[in-house]
Design a binder for this molecule. Structure first.
Ligand code: HEC
Length: 128
């Protein structure tokens, strides 16, 4: 009985560990992004661009860590719609948190491509 209980606890532990980065990404997204880009990633018409199925996101993947850290002051086209409201920098997010947020977005609304912390750090060295 006790052995079975330990086995079960072990399984639960393993499961929750594997899901942790994704879970953290979701929590971080809700805390730092969904105010503007919304819980469902659709943004707000005319003001905040969508993150979900965004062609801009997919085409500028290398630059997304920079957008999160330094913000974006540009006129951009997202899925054919023009946006020019600036996005403020979010400098308090650490490199692994940026990776987790991007992986959450990719998993939920992108093509599921995985980014490592190292890749985030490489991208951050090349910010425009
Ligand atoms: C205060 C509102 C606000 C918050 C919070 C915010 N953004 Fe943005 N975001 C914007 C706006 C506005 C733009 C368009 C910027 C421009 O046109 O230059 C944008 C653009 C983007 C883009 C490029 C366009 C697209 O939709 O693909 C990405 C990627 C992005 N944000 C990701 C994030 C992530 C990830 C977070 C959270 C870590 C976040 N943003 C938090 C307002 C916000």
């Amino acid at each position: 009985m006790l052995i079975r209980l330990f086995f079960l606890l072990g399984l639960i532990g393993l499961f929750s560990c594997q899901n942790q980065p994704y879970k953290q990404g979701e929590i971080m997204y809700k805390n730092f992004c969904s105010n503007c880009h919304m819980d469902n990633g659709q943004g707000l018409k005319g003001l905040y661009p969508p993150i979900a199925n965004s062609d801009y996101f997919q085409k500028n993947k290398d630059n997304v860590p920079c957008i999160i850290r330094h913000g974006l002051h540009d006129t951009i086209l997202v899925n054919g719609i023009r946006f020019d409201t600036p996005m403020a920098a979010i400098p308090q997010l650490k490199d692994p948190e940026i990776a987790n947020i991007i992986n959450y977005i990719e998993h939920t609304w992108g093509n599921g491509e995985y980014i490592t912390i190292k890749e985030v750090q490489e991208a951050l060295k090349k910010c425009p």
